[in-house]
Design a protein around this ligand. Structure first.
Ligand code: SAM
Ligand code: SF4
Length: 332
């Protein structure tokens, strides 16, 4: 068995969290995420699911304790439940937690299998509770179907965190209502600032909404208490009154927390990105196929060595995306 050096970067951070994009494809076209007419990765370039498992297992051996399956829409990839079952078998044996981020369109039929695979918590994207707005933002989405998926997930025993990208003029007036709904349903809520990833039709500056303004607004009518727990991500958290709901603010543009970053991201074509906002990557597919586990370790170390101190996001009118790849490629 090859030795297992821990994943320490040159800025004193230790990687304990891997996000795995199992597909860059999606049945929705959220307007801040994707262009309407997207070109997806050629299928021949993708890792097969057993390769994803081998890579993920190497990360577990090297100290990763949390893995999130994401995409694109992870439940669109055939065989993803087999992958979840295999990785779920490591929970309690090196892995603390396996999670999933989904748009919930396929959740109703998969929720129980996800629990069976060892998943206990999921994130669900939901940017509006108004059917027409939901369709406008997602371009094709059916709100009832998504809500049905969320109900099934809750019934199956999954804890749910709703992800809402707050967009000025599109859904920023709905944040209080979304939070009230989450409190009533027993879900957590994460509010997210739109990030400049990948080319889309719109200018993201037109609907960029700093979350500091949203927080100020919410605090006028709600009892929000700061919760200092950090997860190594960009989120800051608040307790909402006496409810069980935790409100998270993911503000990579207005409140940078890269100093505590503990994560790396694997794309479905086998590239390992040490930072969401930079182009540097290591080709783990090639490394694994040519050099087995030793090759994999060397490529992971290469990516670790170039993990930057922080992202360089900026949202400027007419500005170009910070990186050309969409969030759906890197894995949100
Ligand atoms: N399809 C799944 C979903 O929507 O939950 C998983 C992948 S999606 C890329 C993961 C998260 O990234 C979602 O919550 C989505 O809203 C968010 N996201 C996508 N593009 C984004 C962007 N440009 N800026 C901020 N968040 C983005
Ligand atoms: Fe698909 Fe998720 Fe991107 Fe929406 S945010 S287009 S659901 S990958």
């Amino acid at each position: 068995m090859a030795p297992v050096p821990p994943l320490n970067d040159r800025h004193g951070r230790t990687i304990t969290y891997l996000r795995v994009s199992v597909t860059d494809r999606c049945d929705l076209r959220c307007r801040y995420c994707m262009a309407e007419d997207m070109t997806f990765l050629p299928r021949a370039d993708l890792l097969d699911l057993s390769e994803i498992a081998v890579i993920a297992e190497r990360f577990i051996a090297r100290g990763v304790t949390r893995i999130r399956l994401t995409g694109g829409e992870p439940l669109m990839r055939g065989g993803v439940l087999d992958l979840a079952r295999r990785l779920g078998g490591h929970v309690g044996r090196g892995l603390d937690e396996l999670t999933l981020t989904t748009n919930a369109t396929q959740l109703a039929r998969h929720a129980r299998a996800l629990v069976g695979a060892g998943i206990r918590r999921i994130n669900v994207s939901l940017d509006s509770l108004d059917p027409n707005r939901f369709r406008m933002i997602t371009r094709t989405g059916d709100l009832d179907r998504v809500l049905g998926g969320i109900v099934a997930a809750k019934a199956a025993g999954l804890a749910i965190k709703i992800n809402m990208v707050v967009l000025k003029g599109l859904n920023d007036d709905e944040v209080a209502a979304m939070l009230a709904w989450c409190v009533a349903q027993g879900h957590d809520l994460s509010l997210i600032e739109t990030m400049p990833l990948g080319a889309i039709e719109d200018d993201r500056a037109d609907y960029f909404m700093p979350l500091s303004a949203i927080l100020e607004n919410l605090a006028q009518s709600l009892d929000l208490t700061r919760d200092d727990r950090r997860t190594g991500g960009p989120a800051r958290y608040w307790r909402v009154g006496a409810s069980a709901t935790r409100l998270g603010l993911i503000s990579p543009l207005t409140a940078n927390f890269c100093d505590g970053c503990n994560r790396m991201r694997l794309t479905t074509d086998g590239r390992l990105y040490a930072c969401l906002g930079h182009d540097d990557q290591a080709d783990l597919k090639q490394a694994l196929r040519a050099g087995g586990v030793a090759g994999l370790d060397a490529a992971i170390d290469d990516a670790l060595a170039i993990k930057p101190a922080r992202h360089a996001f900026a949202i400027e009118r007419g500005g170009r995306p910070a990186v050309a790849r969409h969030m759906s490629v890197t894995g949100g």
